[in-house]
Design a protein around this ligand. Structure first.
Ligand SMILES: [Zn+2]
Length: 172
């Protein structure tokens, strides 16, 4: 299929022509005769359908950005919520020593440490507990990071609306 071009008339109408019509004269509804140029001349004209393609592209870019924003938001929120719902499991030794629950405050941690020492479990906090603490911290940081990512996704959606406008109605 050969490319179609828009041949303008002085009256403002535009006529779709292609290279097979080169040299022919087409008659506009206003009565003017328009000579269809050769390929070289045609290529300087606006391509028929190009406007439609641009419109589709603008629509696509906007929609695409929004879809990407939604995906980023969903991924960030999903991971953040998953992190919140599945906190790191307590090491069993720690649960035994520290009254069935994880100390969350330094004072509790210190008391648990004293209990550990008194019980002769070890003279330091067991490596598994330290590892768990570090892991729990990473988990919290990770949750915050995923919420930030979700925020970036929301921002992307907002920017898509700002950049491309709320309506995809073609400008005329
Ligand atoms: Zn005309």
């Amino acid at each position: 299929m050969s490319a179609k071009y828009l041949l303008p008339c002085k009256c403002g109408q535009r006529h779709e022509v292609d290279v097979s019509q080169s040299g022919l004269t087409i008659e506009c509804s206003c009565g003017a005769g328009l000579e269809v140029p050769t390929l070289r001349g045609l290529q300087k004209l606006e391509r028929a359908g190009a406007e439609g393609e641009r419109r589709r592209f603008a629509w696509g870019a906007r929609e695409g950005t929004i879809v990407i924003g939604i995906l980023i938001t969903a991924a960030g929120l999903g991971l953040a919520i998953w992190f919140l719902l599945t906190p790191p499991k307590h090491p069993s030794e720690w649960v035994e020593v520290a009254s069935q629950r994880m100390p969350s405050r330094p004072a509790e941690l210190f008391r648990a440490y004293v209990v550990l020492k008194k019980n002769g479990f070890d003279d330091t906090i067991p490596p598994v507990v330290i590892a768990h603490e570090r892991y729990a911290e990473l988990y919290q940081v990770g949750t915050v990071i995923f919420f930030v990512i979700a925020g970036v996704g929301v921002l992307t959606i907002v920017l898509a609306f700002v950049a491309y406008g709320p309506s995809q109605r073609p400008r005329r």
